[in-house]
Design a protein around this ligand. Sequence first.
Ligand SMILES: [Zn+2]
Length: 260
Amino acid sequence: MKPLGHNHDGYHGETIDIQRVLAATDRAAERHGWERTALGRQGEFELRVLRRLARAGSPRLYLSTGIHGDEPAGPLAALRLLEDNDWPANVTVCLLPCLNPVGFTLNRREHTSGLDLNRDYRQPVTAEIRAHTAWLEREAAFDLCLCLHEDWEAHGFYLYELNPDRRLSVAGQMVEAAAQVCPIDLHEVIEGRAAQGGIILPKIVPADRPDWPEAFYLIQHCTRLSYTLEAPSDLPLPTRVAALVAATKVAVHYLAELKP
Ligand SMILES: [Zn+2]
C-alpha cells in the first residue's frame, strides 16, 4: 500500500461533514441503546458523551477522538464502532465522538482561537477543555483510556502507551491488529521519540511539560493505562478508519477478559 503523497506541510486529504457524521453517530448510539448526554458546547455543536452501561463493577473504557479537526478518521472510527456494535457484554464504555467539531468545519487541527486543544489540559483556558475536565472529575476511574488520532507525517500506524504501573500491555496486539489493514511505522524514532515496532513509551514527567495533552491528564487523574493511536493520514481514509477500529476492538476485548 503506497502513501498518496498529498500531505507535505499539513493535512490535505479527504474531509468530512462533521454535522452528518455526528448525526449518524447519534442514530447508531440510539439504535443500540446508548445514553447520550452533553459535557458542554462548542459553537453550534453539542460536545457529546455517549455511554453504554454494563452491570456494576464492569471494566470501564474511555474512548475519545476528534480533538484535532484535520483528523477525520477518528470520528469515522467512532461511528463505525457504534454501528458494528461489537462490544463485550461486560464493558462499560464512555465514548466522546468529537471534541473539536468546529475544527472539522475548517479542516483545521486547532481550536478557532488558534490553540491546540490537545495541549490545553494542564491548566485549561478553553471552555471546551474546562468542560471536558470538569466532566472527567465527576467520573469514576477508567480501566483503560484510548484516544484516536491521525498523523499526517506518519509512515504507518503507531501508538503511544502510558503505563506507569507496568500493567499487562495490549500495545503489541493493537499494532498486530492494525497491521492486518495498514502499514506500521517501523522507524526507530517517531515524532522525536524512540519507538519500537510502532510503539512509543514516552517518559511520564507531567511536571516537566507545560502543555499537557489529553492523555497526560487522563493518566494523572482518570486511569493507569492509556493509549494514543495514530493512523497515517497519507493513506486512504477507509484504511485509516479500519486501522483505528481494528486496534480499538482488540483493546476492548482485552479489557473484557481482564475482569470478567
Ligand atoms: Zn491528533
